[in-house]
Every structure is written in C-alpha cells, then in structure tokens.
Design a binder for this molecule. Structure first.
Ligand code: FEO
Ligand code: CA
Ligand code: CA
Ligand code: CA
Length: 651
C-alpha cells in the first residue's frame, strides 16, 4: 500500500468577469421561485471584505474518472477501504479478506470526518488535554463508514444478486466494514499519512458493545432476548454525518438503519411497532443479513430496530471507552447533530432527519456548558429537551418541544411515556405541527455570524399542494439551503430561544434553467453573477472555514450532468451565496465530510462509493479510482487537500 501524493487533475477556468456584478434590484433573483424569501443576510452588521477572499481559480463542471482540484493545490490520499490500522504490512487483497482482518482495516464508504487534534505532550485517555490543542499536523481522523456495497466489494455479484444473496462470509465482512474508524494521522514531508499501529487506532462496527443512555434506556421497547435490560447493544450502522463536542467527544449518526433489517412489519402483532418499522423501510425485500445474524430479522427480534436510529457519542482519545447511544436526541434517520457551545449556557444541538417530508430538530441541554469541566460536560447531551422546527410564512419560526404529556403527546395518542415520544419522534413531531421538509441533511452553525444553515437535499415526492414557505418547490429535484437567524446580534444570538427568523439562502439548480420551477437562485445574486460552474444541486454536508465561508458538499449532481463536489461561498457581504466550484469527484462518487484542520491549511474530504453506476461491479467497474490498478477495485477514500504554498485553503 502506498500513501502520499496522488496524480491530481488540477485546472483553471477563467474567472467570470461578471462575478462581482452586484444585484442592484432586490427581488430579481426571486422572480422564478414562488414563495422563496431570499433576504440580504443573517447579520445587520456586515463585515465587508471578511468573506470575499475565496481567491482560488474555480474548476469546471466535469464527469470523468478522476477527482479535480484548483490549480495550486495538491491532494494526499490519506486512507482507503482496506488500509491496515495495525502495523502489519500485507497489501490489501479484497479476494482474501476475512471478517477478523476487516475489523482491523479501514472500513467501506467513508462519510463524516472529524479531525481531533493530538496534544504534543499527552497520551491515550488524556482527552482533556487533547481537546484544548489546535495541533494541525497530528491528530485523530474519525471517519464514519455509512454502508456496504457487496457488488463493488466482492467478485461474483450483480447489484441485484447481492441484495438478497450475499454469502455469510461476505455479510460477516460487511458487518466489520461499516461503522466508524479512528486513525492517528500526521503531516509529513510526503503529505498526510496514517500511523499504522498507533494505540489510538480503533474500529467501531456491528459487534462493538455500546451503552444506551437517556430517557428511553431500558424501556421495554428496547429490550431483546440478547439484552433484557434494554441498555446494551451491539454496534452501530448507517453512520452518515455527525458532530464534535468541545469536551473532546465525537457524535456519529445512525441514518439508514432500516435497510439492515429484514422481515414483514405486517406480521408484527403490535400495531405501534408495525407502523414504526414500516416508517423506516423495513421489508422482506431488504438485505439478507437476518439469515446470517438473527437479530436483523424482525420476526425473531421485533425490538432490535428500536436500538438503532440514534446519535452515538464516543471518546476517540480513549480507545477503551464504551460508545453511548443518546436517546435524548430522538430516534429517526439522523444525518448528524452539530453543537453551539457558549460558556454558562445550555448546549444547543441542531440536526436533521434525512427523509422526504421529515423534520429539522433542535436539542437544548438541561445543564449548562462549563468550559474545562469535562466530567460535567460529558453528561450534557443525556438530559434536555428535543424540539422540532416549524417554519411559518413570512420568515418566522418556532421550536416545538417533544415532551410527554404536553399537547398531543399523551396516552390518548399512543405515547405511554417519554421513551415512546423519543422512539417515535417522527410521529410526535408531526402531531405537534412541525414543518415537513425536503430531506434535511447537515444542519450547522456558522461560527462567525452565529446563524444556522439547513441543507435540504431534494424531495421529488413533494406534490404541488404540499409546498410550504420553507419548501417552495413541488418535485424539488435540486434542493435548497435555509438560514435560521436566532434572536440577537451576531455573536450573541440566542440559540435557546424558542422562536427564530428564517430565510431561503439559496435554491439549488441552474440559475439560467429554462423551466422557472427548476431555476436556481443564489441569495440576491443575479443569474449572470453565477459562473457556469458555480451552480450546483443537492446540498448534503456543510462546513465553515475560520472566516465564515460556507463549503457545501453535494450528493446528486450527476443527474444534472456533472460530478458531485464542493462549492465554497460567503454567507455575508456582496458575494453572499455566490458559489465557486472547488472540488469534483470521480464518476459515481459522492463527496462527504468536509473538515478543516484548526489552522485552516488542510481540508479533508471523503469520496464515497466511487464508480457506483449502473452495471458497475467488482468484476467490471467503470473505473478503479484511486489506485487505477487492475488488481484493485475502486476504493472509497479520504483525501487531504492543501495549498502548494502552505496557505489557507480557499484563500
Ligand atoms: Fe447519508 Fe443523509 O446522507
Ligand atoms: Ca449525507
Ligand atoms: Ca458538517
Ligand atoms: Ca449523501
């Protein structure tokens, strides 16, 4: 296995001479976007110039078999599926892979990335010292592995034959290839490299013991034959995005967990449970994991799915620590939860339920955040109130509490207790009147202007009579981004308030599309102010750099004819919401987890499912990125992007 510099395709397109043309007439960009409110900005007090430093040369929309970055940048391949986390050195051979070996190698389909710095003078389990560090040259890369694709991992399958016909040996490997990896990495003269054999290196998989904590822990709906206590569960699955805490822990989301379970919900005697399992897509047509591991068969263990669909918190600095599933944050198809941490105030966390017509959520901790008191802080996410978002006409909004006994959340509606409210959070939020959204993905707060941004990736199922102010397009193919503005001034916003203002930050899509219903709109920018490569669709993950620029990762641009990638834009000032194209994926790939080092000089990205295309298989892939080696299949990989002159990424 080799690491280090990869051949990049770097390129340059002429910058759009009209980029800096400003919109003089309010409203022009909204003409095509019925109901959308594209307001001038989150802050009253703009900071001119602060975000207008995205000086890189934009790359073009492409669709080919490699990745693309701007001229003057390089990428290091940091980790690929199968790379060893131990110090042994056998090259990766997927045809000889076993489950025990996969358990010590980097997993499949890398998604969320957290970079957790390592203090120079501290060792394992000294999390308090590490989380004060801003070391940007040595740290832990904490990476989700969202799901497995046997037809691209193993010989002999088509996508169809793999679905219900994966062999037991291969399912055993899959259950070790999903979950999460912790890998020590360091910046060397040859680029970013993993430290094989580091004592921090760890895999979380479907056999890792985890604790269930919070109001639903121990409830009868979480009890199984294997765990009558309802407090211990094996593993995590569907790990999409996540978040980080200032006390040095990592949050990982369980999103599409329903696909891991097989069986017919209609055969479950308990109507509440049957409805619950239907809502998460459990069906007899799902993967055949239940044939190998009976707990994934709901006819054997009807409560096992209730032990998935949570946020998981764990300590990457202590390789012996037991991850905890946080029932306080509700159970749904979690994209992730990201925190707003202000000293002396409750922790506020924002997250999304990534399914059509599902909701945006906020959690407010009962206790307050005390910087440095990590023993205290580590309990904050276990107790508090979960809320669902209601986005009203005219840009007002409210957070609606999911509290048993309040409003409709009573026994009369099937909620015995708070555990029921949290296990069936979707049903509770709907009864409260939360606004059904266009698949909420990342929800993250800009550290500079203190506003919160919601990525809504798409919703082809929204009918014309189902549009609302915050989801203004029927059959929304391109997605959009909302800006939540809590009360107060920039930097002092009250994220604990139960009311907020909101506006549409951008509507994805081509600003010059012929069909007005599909036309993109980017803040107040005129269509001519968006370069031919600056528009995008299907926002999914988001990150902010230290200057407050927004970096959006997409999932779905291939249906618009070009690769998924990264687009960067200001959130304030004259170029608010005017995107520039920074990174493009190899065909079939989706980009996840943009994550900066604290110094802003490295940007990590996940390329998930490269070469995932019709009829593309292990035996006949459309390409073999990133190795381009006939002995290796395409491999999901994490890249580190940096400037050749060592400067800030994006400046
Ligand atoms: Fe796994 Fe919501 O994307
Ligand atoms: Ca996602
Ligand atoms: Ca993010
Ligand atoms: Ca995605």
């Amino acid at each position: 296995m080799t690491h280090g510099k990869q051949p990049d395709s770097t390129e340059q397109t002429p910058s759009n001479p009209q980029r800096r043309t400003l919109l003089k007439t309010l409203g022009a960009a909204t003409a095509a976007t019925a109901g959308a409110t594209l307001l001038p900005g989150c802050t009253q007090k703009n900071t001119p110039g602060a975000q207008e430093n995205l000086g890189f040369k934009e790359i073009p929309h492409r669709l080919d078999f490699t990745h693309h970055i701007p001229q003057g940048y390089s990428t290091d391949r940091v980790l690929s599926w199968g790379d060893p986390l131990d110090a042994f050195s056998e090259p990766f051979n997927p045809e000889k892979l076993t489950a025990p070996e996969q358990a010590r190698r980097f997993g499949y389909n890398n998604d969320f990335i957290a970079y957790m710095p390592l203090a120079e003078d501290a060792g394992p389990a000294e999390g308090d010292r590490h989380c004060l560090s801003r070391n940007s040259e040595r740290g832990l890369l904490c990476v989700n592995h969202e799901y497995t694709q046997p037809h691209l991992m193993f010989a002999g399958y088509s996508e169809d034959s793999a679905n219900r016909g994966t062999s037991d040996d291969h399912i055993a490997i899959e259950q070790q290839a999903c979950g999460h990896s912790v890998v020590e990495i360091e910046k060397t003269a040859h680029g970013w490299q993993p430290v094989a054999g580091s004592p921090y290196n760890r895999r979380l998989s479907l056999t890792t013991t985890m604790e269930i904590v919070g109001p639903a822990a121990g409830d009868r709906r979480l009890q199984t034959n294997e765990d009558p206590s309802g407090t211990r569960v094996f593993g995590t699955v569907g790990n999409c995005a996540g978040g980080k805490t200032p006390w040095g822990t990592v949050l990982i989301a369980e999103e599409g967990f329903g696909g891991a379970f097989q069986g017919d919900p209609d055969n479950i005697a308990d109507e509440t449970e049957a409805r619950n399992h239907h809502a998460f897509g459990i069906s007899p047509d799902n993967r055949n994991w239940g044939d190998y591991d009976r707990r994934f068969d709901i006819s054997v263990e009807p409560n096992e799915p209730n032990r998935f669909g949570w946020m998981v918190e764990y300590d990457p600095y202590d390789p012996q620590s037991t991850p905890r599933k946080l029932t306080s944050l509700g159970r749904f198809e979690h994209e992730g939860f990201t925190l707003v941490s202000k000293p002396g105030q409750p922790i506020v966390a924002y997250g999304g339920d990534d399914d059509e017509h599902q909701f945006v959520y906020r959690f407010v901790s009962r206790g307050i955040y005390r910087p440095g008191d990590n023993h205290h802080n580590r309990a904050l996410l276990t107790e508090g109130t979960l809320y669902a978002g209601q986005f009203s006409e005219g840009g007002s909004g409210r957070w609606l509490p999911l509290v048993h006994g309040q409003g409709p959340l009573t026994a009369a509606n099937g909620f015995r207790n708070q555990a029921d409210v949290l296990v069936d959070a979707r049903r509770a939020a709907k009864l409260l009147g939360a606004t059904p959204m266009d698949r909420p993905e990342d929800v993250e707060t800009n550290p500079v202007n203190d506003c919160t941004y919601v990525m809504l990736t798409k919703n082809k199922k929204r009918k014309p009579d189902e549009v609302n102010a915050a989801n203004p397009r029927a059959r929304n193919t391109a997605g959009h981004v909302l800006e939540i503005v809590p009360p107060g001034r920039s930097g002092e916003r009250d994220h604990v308030s139960d009311t907020f203002r909101w506006n549409t930050f951008l509507l994805g899509g081509n600003p010059n599309a012929e069909n007005p219903a599909e036309r993109g709109a980017y803040g107040q920018q005129q269509p001519g102010n968006i370069s031919p490569h600056g528009w995008f669709a299907n926002p999914d993950n988001v990150a902010f750099d230290q200057r407050g620029n927004m970096w959006i990762a997409t999932d779905g641009c291939e249906s618009f004819g070009f690769h998924d990638g990264l687009w960067a834009m200001a959130t304030e000032g004259e170029l608010r919401a005017a995107p520039k194209h920074f990174f493009g994926c190899p065909e079939g790939g989706e980009i996840c987890g943009p994550e900066f080092t604290p110094d802003g000089k490295t940007l990590f990205v996940s390329v998930q499912h490269p070469a995932d295309a019709d009829n593309s298989t292990f035996d006949h892939p459309i390409h073999r990125w990133p190795d381009n080696n006939p002995q290796l299949p395409p491999r999901p990989s994490v890249l580190a992007i940096h400037r050749d002159d060592g400067g800030l990424v994006g400046s």
